[in-house]
Design a protein around this ligand. Structure first.
Ligand SMILES: NC(=O)c1ccc[n+]([C@@H]2O[C@H](COP(=O)([O-])OP(=O)(O)OC[C@H]3O[C@@H](n4cnc5c(N)ncnc54)[C@H](O)[C@@H]3O)[C@@H](O)[C@H]2O)c1
Length: 452
């Protein structure tokens, strides 16, 4: 890695680590956050609230314009919160990456989606790191927060950053700290969720823990790969357990047992059971995607991730299963065929209480209902007009219907895909002949309600 004596390298790293930590303690450390989306923006706010100056960087002009005019583009972050970040005098946002030279820590929060063949798409991380390499300074710390496979920091980031001529672990530090943000969860936010922190040396780990420790409790782990694996493990755990409960739902449906009743009773066991809930399929930017980062990397070791593949298969069969149940119920309860009938999809977001439609199963349900000849509209109080979604161009511009008996009465069937809190289902139950509920949103048993 270096031609100089190990002692000198260690000394250089110790010195930079001590200087960095002293700056955190003096609240003088300047934080640069690259990618001001669902993860980066609340992270910036958490540092600002602790009086650390933050510069936010994004390639999307419109985000910077929004922020500078005191407007939020994320539903659960109010305009007032953005305005108070600026009012503190501790926050600025820019598309000019020259500013990276002026910060002490660079935290990368850019997307890590999947490619066409379910392979990791690190193009955003690579583009960002190449940009950082042009500006990286001696004494800085670069930390990746994006979810990714074990090895990314060492195998992808480090060589790109060292093209700068500076050496990782000597001239600048590298850390990995996965984001555990759960948008829309009223119980937890960035500043109350402990942060796992991994680095290759004690000195780098101490730097990262000092920085993140200013906003949250930290959980230091042995190295970069361990930290990368922690995040995948958490999301794989969810994906597999959701698949399990989706499988149980199908089996219990056939046995005329309500899986929701089963879960309610099972979760009274005070140990050894954790409740997961079935649904119409996986959604969001994390659970349907992240597990396949490990699958891809495992192949390089000649290993198959059979649990992950099976969970993916079961979860991705759910929209089809729900549509079959809906067809059956229309036939039995209404004596109606799908073709030409009118369906209302209730809830477009991928989960309750958010306005995020990424990977939402509701989109696939709309496609499938239309494929079977149904006329489809939607209701979602958080999404008045459907934005453009690359894989589902046909939903763009659709408008949420009015939630009144008069407006709902024209639908033959309603399909509840997302159970936002605060929706009063009374007008729906009063005016639609069949309600197919994939979320147990309608707690009471009623003749026109079918669980799916
Ligand atoms: N959203 C979540 O709830 C969540 C939770 C945990 C982890 N994560 C992970 O965090 C990462 C970020 O996710 P997100 O939901 O915040 O994504 P996002 O799409 O909301 O935000 C990403 C931001 O990065 C910007 N960006 C893209 N390329 C860039 C570049 N080269 N330079 C600067 N900015 C760039 C985009 O314009 C966007 O504003 C992903 O790896 C994701 O898996 C997300």
């Amino acid at each position: 890695m270096s031609t100089s004596e190990p002692n000198q390298e260690n000394k250089a790293l110790t010195a930079l680590s001590e200087a960095f930590i002293a700056k955190v303690e003096a609240q003088e450390l300047r934080v640069g956050i690259v990618g001001l989306g669902y993860v980066g923006l609340p992270l910036a706010e958490a540092f600002v609230r602790k009086n650390l100056p933050v510069v936010g960087f994004d390639i999307d002009d419109s985000k910077i314009t929004h922020l500078e005019s005191g407007k939020s583009y994320i539903k659960h972050i109010s305009d007032a919160r953005i305005q108070s970040m600026f009012a503190s005098g501790k926050f600025s946002a820019t598309t000019d990456f020259e500013g990276l030279k002026t910060v002490d820590a660079i935290l990368i929060c850019v997307p890590t989606p999947l490619g066409k063949h379910r392979e990791p798409d690190l193009s955003y991380v690579i583009a960002t790191t190449e940009n950082i390499a042009k500006h990286v300074q001696s004494g800085q710390m670069v930390a990746l927060e994006s979810t990714t496979y074990p090895g990314t920091s060492e195998e992808v980031l480090l060589p790109i950053l060292e093209k700068s001529g500076l050496r990782a672990g000597v001239d600048f530090a590298i850390a990995y700290s996965p984001e555990r943000e759960d948008p829309g969860n009223p119980e937890f936010e960035t500043s109350t969720i402990p942060k796992v922190v991994g680095a290759s040396s004690d000195a780098e780990r101490a730097m990262a823990c000092a920085l993140y420790g200013a906003i949250v409790p930290t959980v230091p782990v042995a190295n970069l790969r361990t930290a990368e694996a922690v995040k995948l493990t958490e999301n794989i755990f969810r994906a597999v357990n959701i698949a399990l409960v989706n499988e149980l739902k199908v089996v219990y449906e056939a046995m005329d047992i309500d899986v929701w009743d089963v879960i309610e009773a099972a979760k009274t066991k005070p140990f050894g059971y954790m409740a997961f809930y079935p649904g119409p399929g996986l959604g969001g930017h994390c659970i349907p995607i992240d597990p396949f980062y490990l699958t891809w990397k495992a192949r390089a070791y000649g290993l198959n991730t059979r649990f992950i593949e099976l969970a993916g298969e079961i979860n991705s069969n759910m929209p089809g299963h729900v549509i079959d149940r809906l067809a059956e119920a229309m036939n039995e309860n209404l004596g109606l065929a799908m073709k030409g009938a009118k369906a209302l999809v209730v809830g477009l977001a991928y989960k309750k209480n958010v306005d995020d439609m990424r990977e939402s199963p509701a989109l696939e349900l709309i496609d499938k209902l239309r494929e079977r000849g149904m006329e489809v509209e939607y209701y979602d109080p958080y999404i008045p007009v459907a934005p453009s979604i690359r894989e589902h161009p046909e939903v763009e511009g659709m408008r949420s219907v009015e939630w009144t008996e008069a407006a709902l009465g024209k639908f033959d069937v309603a399909l509840i895909a997302t159970d936002h809190d605060g929706v009063d289902y009374t007008p729906l139950l009063a005016s639609v002949g069949l309600v197919v509920d994939t979320r147990n949103a309608i707690r009471v048993k009623a003749d026109n309600v079918v669980r799916a």
